[in-house]
Write a protein that binds this ligand. Structure first.
Ligand SMILES: [Fe+2]
Length: 446
């Protein structure tokens, strides 16, 4: 028997995500669908087809076994790629993609199918032995995948020239006030448990499950993320030219591309401008915002400061640990994410000054851990003990990246939906990818 309340809730969640997807694509000016603003990513038209194709391939074809109505598009749009370098990566030429009308018709037909599919999944869930049917987990795979791509879309949009985007008539105002003064917080030694138990979450990705118990030594951590103004000092003091501050592969990457400042800063006259979605802002106005850089640049900055990036376990302890030993669901406690806790959920379309949300502080007084930018950690992305790639329709979701060449990010950015904010959620990127809304903070041994 289908629980109509749950079916309705699931359908509402899907409709909400699709509405946002359509709003985001509405920010592209005519002709921009073929644009490919980041060499390591596909053109926008790919993502317009990829979101429905992924959902179809996972839910309708993969788990429910429905016959395909357009196998060519299911296949063409099946999977994005994440090359380490742009050399040799060539997406199909613009005329190789189907027309926008065809992609939209495909998208709409998939959405209709998913409305029926969510009903069927919930009807089967109580008696079906398939974990992907139970809790309609496979619908969450499609839903969360689409939410994650909203961030991909937004950081691609940020790289697009102004004539290829449509500035909405009203935008949330950029915020420049309310930063917290930088300080260092002592976190005492303690035990961290990474990973969730499968039964305790209605849905989680494969890499969230398993169990790692890690003893963490006491450490000092920045209470707020590194700001643009801090990073400017590093740039001004020659941080990009001092070989000893950089790892070997990181230095080679910096040399190869002639990198001299963060990718989201633009040089203008003698100063810098910080990119946002629809305008560039003089860096001194964005001085209190966290700096968004690659892992390589974050690591070099930390070395310059005589510090290092936190490990995933240290980050976890700073975020969720407490002096009494209890573990919180969120840095601020157990209440769900709300607007006054941090800059997430696309309420704003830009970063906010570092530490501007005191009510989001962790038990140790560390600010901005969840929201305002993902946070780089020193930990290579890998499986937790007990890891199982249980999403059989997508076995490579995590395992394709267990290669020692990707690093874990935790927390959330301003563009991260609340659905993705949970203690076990892990994000990852390669160390030389500078476009993500990713910030960092430094730690030191005690
Ligand atoms: Fe994808």
């Amino acid at each position: 028997m289908v629980d109509h309340g749950r079916a309705e809730k699931l359908r509402r969640a899907l409709e909400r995500v699709w509405t946002r997807t359509d709003e985001l694509f509405g920010l592209l000016a005519p002709g921009a669908l073929a644009a490919q603003p980041i060499a390591l990513r596909q053109p926008f038209i790919f993502y317009m087809g990829h979101l429905p194709a992924f959902a179809w391939n996972q839910v309708c074809r993969g788990v429910l076994g429905w016959p395909s109505f357009d196998p060519a598009l299911d296949d063409l749009f099946a999977r994005g790629i994440d090359p380490m370098e742009a050399d040799g990566f060539r997406p199909p030429p613009p005329d190789a993609w189907p027309s926008e009308d065809r992609v939209i018709a495909y998208r709409d037909r998939v959405r209709d199918a998913l409305r029926d599919a969510s009903e069927e999944l919930l009807a089967r869930a109580p008696t079906d032995g398939d974990v992907l049917v139970q809790n309609a987990r496979i619908a969450s795979v499609a839903l969360e995948h689409e939410l994650m791509h909203h961030e991909t879309f937004l950081y691609m949009l940020q790289q697009l020239p102004p004539e290829l985007k449509v500035r909405p008539p009203s935008l949330p105002p950029l915020e420049h006030d309310g930063a917290a003064a930088p300080r260092t917080v002592e976190v005492p030694a303690g035990e961290v448990r990474l990973g969730a138990d499968f039964e305790t979450l209605p849905f989680g990705w494969d890499n969230e499950f398993g169990r790692a118990e890690v003893k963490v030594q006491g450490f000092q951590i920045d209470a707020t993320p590194v700001r643009n103004r801090d990073f400017l000092e590093f740039v001004d003091e020659g941080g990009y030219t001092r070989r000893e501050l950089w790892g070997e592969a990181d230095w080679a990457w910096r040399e190869r591309h002639g990198i001299r400042h963060p990718a989201v800063w633009r040089t203008e006259g003698r100063g810098f401008m910080q990119q946002t979605l629809f305008e560039d802002v003089p860096l001194d106005r964005a001085g209190d915002w966290p700096v968004f850089v690659s892992w390589a640049e974050a690591s070099a900055f930390c070395r310059w400061r005589g510090s290092r990036l936190p490990t995933e376990a240290e980050w976890h302890r700073a975020a969720y640990g407490t002096p009494g030993g209890a573990v919180r669901s969120y840095p601020w406690g157990d209440n769900p994410p709300e607007a006054h806790r941090g800059n997430f959920g696309l309420r704003r379309w830009s970063p906010t000054p570092a530490g501007r949300f005191p009510e989001g502080a962790s038990a140790w007084g560390v600010l901005d851990l969840v929201g305002n930018g993902w946070e780089w950690t020193a930990t290579p992305f890998g499986p937790l003990p007990g890891f199982t790639p249980y999403i059989r329709t997508y076995p490579g979701y995590s395992t394709d990246f267990f290669d020692g060449r990707h690093y874990v990010l935790r927390g959330a950015s301003w563009a991260t939906d609340e659905t993705l904010i949970r203690r076990s959620f892990r994000n990852w990127f390669q160390p030389h990818y500078p476009y993500v809304f990713a910030k960092f903070r430094c730690v030191r041994n005690r």
